[in-house]
Design a protein. Structure first.
Length: 439
């Protein structure tokens, strides 16, 4: 009896192990993060977050300078993308030409690095990265649309241009939200000087991110603007650049944006049927207040906390100023993308009666032509060859807007700011692991 029981127990354990390894979303094992990755400690990523979600099944688009897919820490992570300026690249080569190049690669590493060479880990290591090169402001809108059309569920834009939200970018953001894609952008890094309003962070429907240090104190250069909604670690945030080496920045909302996008991807993986609207609401509702009490223009509603975004009970009536602003814009522009009570886009609900009508009319015309041809043939008799149809075959009408590719590159535009500059010492008090975080 003992032998039989032991065999049964052994077989049961083996089945459990096989089942665990085959279960989608099961936490994969990673080494401990590097000591300088203080946000892992502040957010308790390995102990509390990764047992719930590691980003499985989610694609994050990185609109930036490209992503160096060949470096070991990003091997197998980066999907083919595009250069939104001319279509001449698949985005898997970082085209950054700064003194210490590799901004886009750095943002991708914060989200999904695999610790294969440097030991550096992304906060959502199971996501896939879709690289979209957007080195000028004029490529932002087509870049957003490309990301939406190619499977992204989160779009990271660690770029900022000092100007009002441009109509093409606002419409592209609307296109993303109507297709249930979340857009995250950096608030900007001139808060202690010009403090200009930055796009695309100032567009309605964008989750705009400020930066804090390891004590959750607002970074002095983080933009002070009403559009700032949340904040995240951005001071002393290291990343792996295009040379495959680890570099540390002096601070910036770029890194804070990438870490927030990673947090959003974790939530989207854990709740795959949850709308982008609800994900944003959850991220806002689970923040920890920072800076002046309550909502402020530098840290918004507070610092993002991934575990609480995953585990807290969030009321459906919790504030969602990001989508409130978008709904207001949509209502003022013909109701495009206005939402119903379920949080889904009205423009995407129900059958497309216009297209159905077009197809029905087209079918009737084809049948009429066939009938007319048959009648003509019967009248002429079998001795005369039948003439082929006089119309060329037509494909379905296009509903997807402008195609992407090298044929019509966007007009040159101002280069957006890429933050943070790499290879410099952190500003101010060095963040310490175990600083103010989840509690």
């Amino acid at each position: 009896m003992w032998r039989w029981n032991r065999a049964v127990v052994g077989a049961s354990l083996a089945l459990l192990m096989v089942g665990a390894s085959a279960t989608p979303g099961m936490a994969a094992a990673y080494p401990k993060p590097l000591p300088q990755q203080w946000w892992f400690t502040a957010w308790d990523i390995q102990n509390k977050v990764w047992p719930l979600s590691q980003g499985n099944g989610v694609t994050v688009a990185v609109l930036d300078t490209g992503v160096e897919a060949s470096i070991p820490d990003l091997a197998g992570v980066v999907l083919p993308g595009i250069d939104a300026g001319n279509g001449g690249s698949d985005g898997r080569t970082d085209l950054d030409d700064a003194a210490v190049p590799g901004h886009g690669t750095g943002m991708a590493s914060l989200i999904a690095a695999q610790a294969r060479r440097t030991g550096f880990l992304g906060v959502a290591p199971q996501v896939k990265i879709l690289p979209v090169i957007t080195k000028t402001r004029s490529t932002t809108a087509p870049g957003i649309r490309y990301a939406v059309d190619h499977g992204a569920k989160v779009i990271n834009i660690s770029q900022a241009s000092p100007m009002p939200c441009q109509p093409d970018v606002q419409e592209a953001v609307g296109y993303a939200l109507q297709h249930d894609v979340l857009v995250v952008a950096g608030a900007g890094n001139s808060g202690d000087t010009s403090n200009e309003s930055m796009t695309p962070a100032n567009c309605a429907g964008v989750l705009a991110v400020g930066a804090v240090n390891g004590q959750m104190v607002p970074w002095s250069k983080s933009e002070r603007q009403p559009y700032v909604t949340v904040a995240a670690p951005g001071v002393g945030v290291s990343s792996v650049l295009k040379d495959g080496q680890l570099h540390t920045s002096n601070g910036g909302t770029s890194g804070a944006t990438a870490l927030t996008s990673g947090a959003a991807a974790l939530v989207r993986a854990e709740y795959p049927t949850m709308s982008a609207r609800e994900v944003v609401q959850r991220l806002i509702a689970s923040t920890r207040d920072a800076g002046p009490k309550g909502k402020d223009d530098q840290t918004g509603y507070g610092v993002v906390r991934p575990y609480h975004a995953l585990a807290d009970n969030v009321s459906k009536s919790a504030p969602n100023p990001v989508f409130d602003a978008y709904d207001k814009w949509a209502a003022a522009n013909g109701g495009a993308g206005a939402s119903n009570s379920s949080g889904k886009s009205v423009t995407g609900d129900g059958p497309n009666w216009g297209r159905i009508a077009m197809l029905v009319v087209g079918l009737i015309i084809v049948i009429a032509i066939i009938v007319a041809t048959i009648v003509t043939l019967l009248r002429r008799g079998r001795s005369q060859p039948a003439a082929g149809p006089s119309y060329p075959p037509q494909g379905p009408p296009s509903f997807g807007g402008q195609p992407y590719g090298p044929a019509q590159p966007p007009a040159p535009g101002a280069r957006p700011q890429f933050y943070p500059p790499a290879g410099q010492a952190p500003e101010g008090t060095s963040p310490q692991p175990g600083g103010h975080g989840e509690s």
